[in-house]
Design a protein around this ligand. Structure first.
Ligand code: CP
Ligand code: NVA
Length: 301
């Protein structure tokens, strides 16, 4: 695997291999076994948006793998003053062994990979959040034992998380259902692809989508970069919430995931969040383990 730009680029086998390696690395780490598989390697981490989990988990991942991570705020880089991504990619390729980038436009990530000569990992764009969804898949596998055949339901804004969950869910054989208001649907091409390649449904009705779900997922109504639309989003998405009524429709042993940060009493009630905090924070922890697997797959010799 050269890059991780979006889950659509990976086969089912590649996804399952990442999850298996993540499980192995997680087990080893907890048993106190070091695995310096990226000794002497440096990852540059470019951030055009805020981050807690992605920044910290990638930095710790590189450290635990025997390598080093550099935090590069886009505001301080020349890229923030208009230096083209094509040139930035070629320069950074002369210093670094890999790049993790969080930005707005998916094309910037694709260009970074096309012009640079080192692995590029997408740490979130407006279009996709592949590392998060790999962590979600790992968490689901840990709780349910398998992915194939499970019903994965996403409630809320058809954003980067929805897009990546559709691809990750369908590729791993899950039944994916999405509930979102009209005008806030996930990417149109992905919806078409999902319908052609697996069990997929899109509805405006949360209860229809959540019926008998094994996994319920939600995310903020307003993503980073959408702040100007906050008022209209709060209005349109106000009924798209994981709450007790929705939990009653899902399977009794359904798990709840949230990529975080969460806005309690908006997309999820505080009660449901706290009742499912174990799963949600296991999911956050799994960012570390899954990203170590991704880094090894992309950057190890
Ligand atoms: N879930 C996630 O990507 O969190 P951060 O924005 O804190 O990195
Ligand atoms: N959809 C959210 C996810 C944050 C991790 C955003 O893009 O802001």
């Amino acid at each position: 695997m050269k890059h991780l730009l979006k889950l659509m680029d990976l086969s089912k086998d590649e996804i399952m291999e990442i999850l298996d390696l993540a499980t192995k690395l997680k087990k080893e780490k907890k048993a106190g076994v070091d695995h310096p598989l990226l000794k002497g390697k440096t990852l540059g981490m470019i951030f055009s948006k805020a981050s807690t989990r992605t920044r910290v988990s990638f930095e710790v991942a590189m450290y635990q793998l025997g390598g080093h991570a550099l935090f590069l705020s886009a505001r301080d880089l020349q890229i923030g003053r208009g230096e083209p991504v094509q040139d930035t990619a070629r320069v950074l390729s002369r210093y670094l062994d890999g790049i993790m980038i969080r930005t707005y436009d998916q094309q910037e990530v694709e260009d970074m990979a096309a012009y640079g000569s080192i692995p590029v990992i997408n740490g979130l764009t407006d279009y996709a959040h592949p590392c998060q969804v790999l962590a979600d898949l790992l968490t689901i596998k840990e709780y349910k034992g398998e992915l194939e055949g499970l019903k994965l339901c996403y409630i809320g804004s058809g954003n980067n998380m929805a897009n990546s969950l559709i691809v990750g869910g369908i590729k791993t054989g899950m039944k994916v259902s999405i509930a979102c208001p009209k005008g806030f649907e996930p990417d149109e091409d992905l919806i078409k692809w999902a319908k052609d390649n697996g069990s997929f449904s899109l509805s405006q009705d949360c209860f229809e989508a959540a019926k008998d779900a094994d996994v319920l997922v939600t995310d903020v109504w307003t993503s980073m970069g959408q702040e100007a639309e906050m008022e209209i989003r709060n209005g349109s998405l106000k009924d798209y919430q994981i709450n007790d009524k929705l939990m009653a429709i899902a399977k009794e042993d359904a798990i709840v995931l949230h990529c975080l940060p969460a806005h309690r009493e908006e997309e999820i009630t505080n009660k449901v969040f706290e009742e499912h905090a174990k799963e949600i924070f296991d999911e956050a922890e799994n960012r570390l383990h899954v990203q170590k697997a991704v880094l090894v797959k992309c950057m190890a010799d």
